[in-house]
Design a protein around this ligand. Structure first.
Ligand SMILES: Nc1ncnc2c1ncn2[C@@H]1O[C@H](COP(=O)(O)OP(=O)(O)OP(=O)(O)O)[C@@H](O)[C@H]1O
Ligand SMILES: [Mg+2]
Length: 323
């Protein structure tokens, strides 16, 4: 059986599940939020060293998770403990689920993982990604991650006006922040970095933003260009994502040395899947920004026709279509 660890609203998971179903592969879209009310989990050691692992839905469906051959760590949810209202009980039950589930992932250690949860967690740390990328010969922007307003001021002043961007480590559902250029109106707010560190980077000019979706050594590269006549381009927009509708997205021929470095990066990070953000400058240099270990790919697939969902499904099914 193939496990897709995500939830119903995840269109990427659904697309891959559809591919797997059309290949007659048994697959479970494993939504951890079905726990504890709509499903139960049991790990039973009886004879021998290998336990039986049962996932049983309230509706009566049973899944033997000890038969999982491959798993996609896509958008793991948390058990839904909203009815545990006492704060201490909530913390306790959440911890207990956490322990049981982390043990479950280790028990599925014989399965092939896209990506192994432990490696995924370690690989997704932005502060460390830059070092590994740089060690492998990828260009990375000058970067300051800091909660010290003085250091930030010095970094911004050293670059000069308009030459620094700021970005966050992550976003929550409620708070989404795109990468923005640091300008004079940000200066009075510099002290707020004391609350939580911010990532500052030299501004890298774009010929195009490049998204490389890596699926087990296969690299699907696409370039994303803002229409130079668009309002977003005129406003000097930094981050392409809010303006994706206005952007031109097409397949990109990545130079071989960059391809090799990205493959080495994926290997070093222990990742089977990754969505890598690069930027190509007008001089033709490629800068590395980040790897998203479960980054989206359908916005690329829809616009370039690159068969990424299919590649993910093939890998999970253990099918190789490459010549
Ligand atoms: N140093 C930079 N100079 C110019 N543009 C940048 C720079 N860093 C990021 N950008 C733009 O902002 C986009 C988003 O930045 P990045 O990929 O580093 O983080 P993020 O996507 O915000 O992170 P997450 O995926 O965790 O939300 C990039 O794809 C690029 O368009
Ligand atoms: Mg990004």
């Amino acid at each position: 059986m193939i496990l897709v660890i995500s939830h119903d609203e995840d269109i990427h998971a659904r697309r891959v599940v559809e591919h797997l179903q059309s290949m007659d592969q048994p697959v479970l879209l494993f939504d951890l939020a079905e726990l504890p009310d709509r499903a139960t989990l049991s790990i039973e050691y009886a004879a021998g060293a290998r336990p039986r692992i049962d996932y049983a839905r309230a509706g009566g469906e049973h899944y033997a998770l000890d038969r999982v051959r491959s798993a996609w760590w896509r958008r793991p949810q948390a058990p839904n403990l909203s009815r545990v209202t006492d704060a201490n009980a909530h913390l306790f039950t959440a911890n207990e689920w956490n322990e049981a589930l982390n043990g479950l992932w280790r028990l599925l250690g014989d399965a092939r993982w896209m990506n192994d949860p432990g490696r995924d967690d370690a690989a997704s740390r932005k502060a460390a990604q830059l070092r590994i990328a740089a060690e492998l010969g990828l260009k990375v922007p000058r970067t300051l991650i800091s909660s010290d307003p003085q250091r930030v001021r010095a970094f911004v002043e050293a670059r000069g006006p308009g030459a620094t961007v700021h970005k966050t480590f992550s976003c929550t559902h409620a708070v989404w922040r795109e990468t923005r250029r640091f300008d004079d109106s940000d200066l009075p707010h510099l002290d707020t970095v004391r609350l939580a560190p911010v990532i500052f980077q030299e501004f890298v000019p774009a010929d195009a933003d490049i998204r490389v979706t890596a699926v087990d050594g296969q690299l699907f590269a696409a370039e994303i260009k803002l229409d130079p006549g668009s309002a977003a381009a005129a406003a000097g927009t930094v981050d392409f994502r809010p303006n994706l509708g206005d952007a031109e997205v097409r397949e990109h021929a990545l130079p071989e040395p960059v391809r090799e470095r990205l493959r080495a990066l994926m290997q070093k990070l222990g990742l089977v899947y990754g969505a890598i953000d690069l930027r190509r400058t007008p001089d033709g240099e490629y800068y590395f920004f980040e790897v998203n270990t479960a980054g989206e790919f359908l916005f690329i697939e829809h616009r370039t026709g690159q068969p990424i969902a299919r590649a993910v499904a093939d890998w999970l099914a253990g099918v190789s279509r490459s010549a």
